[in-house]
Design a binder for this molecule. Structure first.
Ligand SMILES: [Cu+2]
Length: 327
């Protein structure tokens, strides 16, 4: 699949894409490439925050300036949990200005918490009064990360909103089956890796490693992640995008223990789509990309140092997700 895609992309198109991405502004147009592009080529451009979201922010009033503070009550730090079910309990405080997670039954949308097991795609937690369970968690060390987000999945970025903990599961579940929530949403999938470059097909060595067993859980081993070191937490995009939600698509992440280049730090966030030319984010805020073609795409986010190397922290600072776009 990669080879076929690469054949569509000439070097000059790569170069022009790079220029467009690096400019990373509303005027970063790449119209010259559009005309020359072969059919089906995806030409992504950074655009400003969509008007639709600007309006939602206005409608929310001061809630959009809330400073939610989360605490992980359960699992307790470094807790050992027997069995395969892990109950997640959170408390929410801080300057909420009316912010409260809740899914509107009519729209299926609302404020929610992003809950991330190891380095898997997040799952949304809407009703804090009801327990959030992780079921069929595999044996071994795990991490849990949580942060409050808006209905359009953009996270609040104030101190205290992000929390991370580690715990150990003894016994554990059936490693050949996915880890789910009590409602059956997948938290970790053993058979289908979202990190395409580490899938057994792309990387036969990965399947041979006993700790991997062809599962994504291996990259999720909590032991080597240091919560005090620079950490990029991938949040969006994920899953499926349809119709107007598919254009533009937001890239959003959490950043711990570091600053990006335009905010007094040395680091950058590098993103790439389908293995193409990278773009760079130098300020900790979401960006929106337009120009997606229908089908599956891989989005990779990396925290890099000034030499362009991925900042090592348990493998969590380079994360790829597969998304699906339906027009
Ligand atoms: Cu969300």
């Amino acid at each position: 699949m990669t080879i076929k895609k690469l054949s569509l992309l000439s070097f000059s198109v790569f170069a022009l894409l790079t220029t467009g991405c690096q400019q990373a502004n509303e005027n970063g147009n790449t119209t010259a490439t559009t005309a020359a592009s072969p059919p089906g080529l995806q030409n992504l451009t950074v655009v400003s925050r969509p008007q639709k979201i600007e309006e939602m922010m206005k409608d929310r009033g001061e809630q959009d300036q809330a400073k939610p503070v989360l605490a992980i009550v359960s699992p307790a730090k470094n807790a050992t949990i027997n069995g395969s079910t892990v109950e997640v309990k959170l408390t929410l405080s801080g300057d909420l200005k009316g912010y409260m997670p809740h899914k509107d039954p009519a729209t299926g949308k609302g404020n929610h918490i992003h809950v991330i097991l190891d380095n898997q795609p997040y799952e949304a937690y809407y009703e804090l009064g009801q327990p959030f369970e992780l079921r069929n968690v595999s044996e071994g060390a795990h991490t849990l990360r949580v942060f409050a987000s808006r209905p359009w999945h953009e996270s609040y970025k104030n101190d205290g909103n992000f929390q991370m903990t580690t715990f150990v599961v003894k016994g554990g579940g059936d490693a050949s089956k996915p880890t789910t929530t009590k409602d059956g949403q997948t938290m970790a999938n053993p058979t289908k890796s979202p990190k395409s470059e580490t899938s057994p097909a792309a990387n036969p060595g990965a399947a041979a490693s006993p700790s991997r067993e062809g599962k994504d859980m291996a990259a999720s081993n909590a032991g080597t992640v240091d919560p005090a070191n620079p950490l990029l937490t991938y949040s969006r995009p994920k899953g499926e995008y349809k119709g107007e939600d598919a254009d533009p698509i937001m890239i959003d992440f959490w950043l711990s223990n570091t600053r990006l280049r335009d905010q007094g730090g040395d680091y950058r966030v590098r993103y790439s789509v389908d293995g193409g030319a990278p773009g760079f984010i130098d300020k900790w805020e979401p960006i929106w990309l337009t120009g997606w073609t229908p089908g599956k795409h891989t989005v990779k986010l990396e925290l890099i140092d000034k030499n362009g190397n991925v900042v090592e922290n348990g493998g969590y600072n380079s994360t790829a997700r597969e998304i699906t776009i339906t027009k």
